[in-house]
Design a protein. Structure first.
Length: 293
């Protein structure tokens, strides 16, 4: 099957992903795959309510630096709500209330005197639908640094280039940086642009809420491959309803579920290879084998 220009892209993007990501490789809890055993994020007894309705109940877990944690579970189990507690995005939702502790490098970020602006710079977020600003590719990436007061032309040029390179988009856009709007890119490119925009603010943690669910399979694999590269330098937490994706990209998987009379809660968390082959909990086993959800 020949589809002209698109074929080389497919070949370049799929093969490295499939070869490099070994689901059965040694995992964080066994002490080898993670870049560091430093705990980057720790939640303690986190419960989150919308008004009187409890959406997340009593979640305690840790995320190691330079690892990828995947949050999986049925729709409505509180994955997105829980993800938003890491950079206080729930503050923006009227009626939402977070209880418990969320520590970043040991500091409780739910404290009222924590700078939320600085927190959201350190803990960046990528959403399900790519949301580039209606401005040039260059300005999309330079937006955050400019707002932080960086205006030296050379400094900005350099940061834009580095961020686009890290987001694996540079080669595709370098000739159109200032002329082309971010909105004129393909969906997969737009999502990598949004990742570049986050990287330009020099974050430590990147949160991704179903970042590939609006993308075609090739763009999805490209994003997955990018995540594995970014993991060398950043701590990543991803929500995905795609279990193959969780198995392919993450080091650790946390399974959430809920019941009619029970809010979203954490059933079990562990090295991804084990969760998908030897889960401890029956609920996890039923979910990953497709019996519900
Ligand atoms: P998931 O991401 O796992 O699908 P969510 O975190 O989006 O789950 O939702 C968890 C629960 O909280 C669901 O019952 C959902 O209806 C509810 N919820 C989510 N966002 C809001 C909101 N802004 N206001 C009220 N309830 C919400
Ligand atoms: Mg969600």
């Amino acid at each position: 099957m020949s589809t002209g220009d698109e074929m080389p892209t497919t070949a370049t993007y799929t093969e490295p992903v499939l070869r490099r990501i070994d689901v059965t490789a040694p995992l964080v809890a066994d002490g080898s795959a993670a870049g560091s055993d430093q705990i980057k994020i720790a939640t303690e007894h986190v419960s989150i309510k919308y008004g009187e309705k409890v959406a997340v109940k009593d979640v305690t877990l840790t995320v190691q630096a330079r690892s990828i944690l995947a949050l999986i579970g049925p729709s409505g189990s509180g994955k997105s709500t829980f993800l938003r507690c890491f950079n206080r995005m729930n503050d923006l939702i009227p009626g939402a209330k977070v209880q418990g502790q969320v520590c970043l490098d040991g500091e409780n970020v739910t404290d009222q005197d924590v700078s939320v602006v600085e927190l959201r710079r350190r803990v960046g977020m990528v959403f399900q639908r790519p949301n580039p600003f209606p401005m040039s590719i260059y300005e999309n990436v330079a937006y955050g640094p400019r707002r932080r007061g960086m205006n030296g032309r050379r400094q900005l040029d350099e940061l834009v280039e580095t961020s686009l390179k890290r987001a694996a988009l540079w080669d595709e856009v370098k000739d159109d940086l200032r002329r082309k709007s971010g909105l004129a890119l393909s969906g997969g490119q737009q999502q990598r642009l949004c990742i570049a925009r986050v990287l330009a603010t020099e974050p430590e943690v990147i949160l991704m809420d179903e970042p590939a669910s609006a993308l075609d399979p090739v763009s999805t694999l490209r994003i997955e491959e990018l995540m594995r590269e970014l993991r060398e330098a950043y701590t990543i937490v991803i929500v995905t309803h795609n279990m193959q994706q969780a198995a392919r990209v993450s080091d650790v998987t946390a399974f959430f579920t809920m019941a009619d009379d029970r809010a979203g809660y954490l059933v079990e968390v562990g090295p991804t290879g084990r969760i998908f082959t030897r889960p401890t909990e029956r609920l996890t086993e039923d979910y990953i084998s497709g019996r519900f959800g």
